[in-house]
Design a protein around this ligand. Sequence first.
Ligand code: MTE
Length: 337
Amino acid sequence: MLIKLPKASDCHESDVTPESFYLFRRSLLGGALAGIAASSLPRWASANDASRYADVEAGKAPSWFTGKLPDTKWQAVTVTGEAITPFKDATHYNNFYEFGTGKGDPATNAGSLQTEPWSVVIDGEVAKPGRYALEDFMKPYQLEERIYRLRCVEAWSMVIPWIGFPISSLLKQVEPTSKAKYIRFETLQDPKSMPGQRSSFGLIDWPYVEGLRLDEAMNPLAILAVGMYGRELPNQNGAPLRLVVPWKYGFKSVKSIVRISLVSEQPKTTWQSIAADEYGFYANVNPTVDHPRWTQARERRLPSGLFSPNVRETQMFNGYSDEVASLYTNLDLRKNY
Ligand code: MTE
């Protein structure tokens, strides 16, 4: 995976999130995942749309999304004492190789992605396979806001307020058979709208593929996201449907998903196929296992600049150990990186 140092122009300290947006609440996990009472939220948090975050660009939300917003569980999970990354950084410093390899390329090029109509195929080891229009696919699910750390394998990180629903709810709907052991996700392949897929110099064998063990996918933290910062996902962030698995390196969180398959064998993932010695299937955030070419002990939290690099220690499982460490008790995390 490419690693690039930020240009001084990428981030400005003046973009640092105002005090009022600092999160104040412990993650409400386990039984308390049901959410927190609206009356206990600060005033800015009672709004139910993008107006709750500063400088959010308005989008063109599809009607199924705006219809669901009023029932969203806001701040169902949060991080404590860490600023939410400004919208501008989260949407202009991206990895989405289908639109180019530069951090600014997705924001520049992803306007060509047509997200309506969109359909999702569910297949493999499930009792209820099918191809669904996205608005039908989304019908059963209540949306939740999940404010998570995102730690890229390239050693930068952000804090992003996603909107989505747990993958476990999807699995309940589609009923995996007893042979299903893994879940495989596939991004759209459309060279017409995705310039990166037209490049003859690319290393990637499209489409972009990722996967999880079934018990990882069932963990309450693993979600499929359709929005962020109170609005629908911008194209460069993986509209209209992406995976978010906060305890794993960002490359697991596959964007613009068109196919979800329940499978019996561990799927071959994109980055494993390119460099298996550098990018493993598990890709759990782990400060004690370095990437062969750089340390994973620290990360640069965006916004970061030349004179204020904003470097912090990386946490085991990206700070989600209490919730996910039990998934890996019998696994050697050095071998299964
Ligand atoms: N999904 C697809 N289809 N293509 C990609 O290039 N990049 C991954 C992941 N999902 C990628 C992808 C990587 S390396 C990261 S760090 C995250 O998306 C970045 O998500 P963000 O741009 O929303 O921050």
